[in-house]
Design a protein around this ligand. Structure first.
Ligand SMILES: CC(C)(COP(=O)(O)OP(=O)(O)OC[C@H]1O[C@@H](n2cnc3c(N)ncnc32)[C@H](O)[C@@H]1OP(=O)(O)O)[C@@H](O)C(=O)NCCC(=O)NCCS
Length: 172
């Protein structure tokens, strides 16, 4: 019986919510496993205490399996990082996190969202393309790959429909 419950629990979708400073250690650990240059726990803690940082997490049981984090300035935001634990990838968790996150950004009046992504990062470029991001610039040799070669970063942009912009388009 216990086995049945735990099997059902494992298959359930992770719960999404805002991340707080208490998630710093888990986010730093997941970031470290997902990127060549990881963030320290102190760096993540610093980010999560900034008033202009918006962060969401995906939690399965008690385990953090995904996060997304942006910094906002005026009516623009930059997505600084998004990652999903390797064992949980390909199940739509990043898509759900991104949808929630963009909704929150729109709700606080953000009109435009930018981010940088490696041109060969297929899951990430696909995730962003599906979410309506479009390429606006290319930064050649921007990343240092593990093999010592440089690779190109794409700068992507998506405009959001905020409550203000929606009311501006309401027919008179
Ligand atoms: C990018 C990342 C966050 C995606 O997380 P995820 O939860 O697996 O993504 P989803 O399941 O929501 O899938 C998103 C899209 O990527 C596609 N995708 C997933 N894995 C893929 C793969 N290995 N190759 C190609 N496309 C892939 C999915 O099919 C989906 O596209 P679709 O909606 O058109 O079917 C995850 O791969 C990751 O953490 N990578 C390491 C960190 C990273 O590169 N972050 C992005 C930096 S900008």
């Amino acid at each position: 019986m216990i086995g049945l419950f735990s099997a059902l629990f494992k298959q359930g979708d992770p719960a999404l919510s805002e991340a707080t400073v208490r998630d710093a250690a888990a986010i730093a650990a997941l970031h470290g496993k997902s990127f060549q240059r990881g963030w320290s726990e102190d760096e993540v803690e610093g980010l999560l205490t900034e008033r202009n940082v918006v962060a969401h997490r995906a939690v399965a049981g008690r385990r953090l399996v995904g996060f997304i984090l942006s910094r906002v300035a005026a009516d623009e935001a930059e997505i600084l990082s998004v990652a999903v634990a390797r064992a949980s990838r390909g199940r739509g968790i990043a898509r759900r996190l991104l949808t929630l996150h963009l909704g929150r950004l729109a709700g606080i009046g953000i009109c435009t969202v930018f981010l940088e992504v490696g041109e060969h990062n297929a899951p990430a470029t696909r995730l962003y393309a599906r979410a309506g991001f479009r390429e606006v610039a290319r930064r050649v040799n921007y990343y240092n790959d593990a093999d010592g070669r440089g690779s190109t970063a794409l700068v992507l942009r998506r405009d959001l429909m905020t409550p203000n912009s929606a009311s501006q388009h309401t027919p008179q």
